[in-house]
Design a protein around this ligand. Sequence first.
Ligand code: SAM
Length: 188
Amino acid sequence: MRELEQEMLSGHVEGQTLKMFIHMTKAKKVLEVGMFTGYSALAMAEALPLDGELVACEIDPYTAEFAQAAFRESPHGAKIRTEVGTALETLQKLADARESFDFVFIDADKREYVKYFQILLEKDLLVPGGFICVDNTLLQGQAYLPAIHRTPNGEAIAQFNRVVAADSRVEQVLLPLRDGLTIIRRLP
Ligand SMILES: C[S@@+](CC[C@H](N)C(=O)[O-])C[C@H]1O[C@@H](n2cnc3c(N)ncnc32)[C@H](O)[C@@H]1O
C-alpha cells in the first residue's frame, strides 16, 4: 500500500463549505479538477440531487482507485464519475463531448490553474452564471509576497489571481478560508 500525502486534503471546513455552496447554488452538474482521495468530491456529491452528477479528474490511477473504493461505500458515490488522466486532456475530452457544468472546483496543479480557468470559459465548460471555486489562492501568503520570495507554485498563484481579477467575463472574491478559496462567477 502506498503512502498518500495527507496535506493534499482540503479538510473538513473546506469540504463542508463546498457542500454548502452546492446546496446554495442548486448545482446539478459539478466538475472537480484534482480529486485525490475523494474527500471534497464526496462532500459536494452529498449535496447533489439524485439525478445530479459530479465528474472528478485525477492524474494518479492509484489515488483514483483509492477514492473509488470510498465512493462504493457511500450512498452518494454513484453520483460521481471519475476521469483518470491529465486535467488538461480530460477538460478537452469533456469539451469535445459538449459537457457543461454549473459548478467547478479547481484543486490540481497550481502551475496549470490559468489554463484550467481559460479552458473552462473558452470551451463553455462552465455555464453562464456558473461558479468556479479555486483552492490555495493564498498559498501560505506567498501570493502577496514580493516575487523574489515566491516558490514556483507561489508565482503561479500570484499570476492566476492577477489573471482572474483582470478578466471582465467574471467577478470574484477571495475568502481567507484555510489556504485561500476564491469564488469566481461567470457573468451571464
Ligand atoms: C490537493 S489534491 C486534491 C484534494 C482534493 N480536492 C480534496 O480536497 O480532497 C490535488 C490532486 O490533484 C492531482 N493532480 C495533480 N496534477 C494533476 C493534473 N495535471 N491533472 C489531474 N490531476 C492532477 C494530484 O494527483 C492530487 O491527487
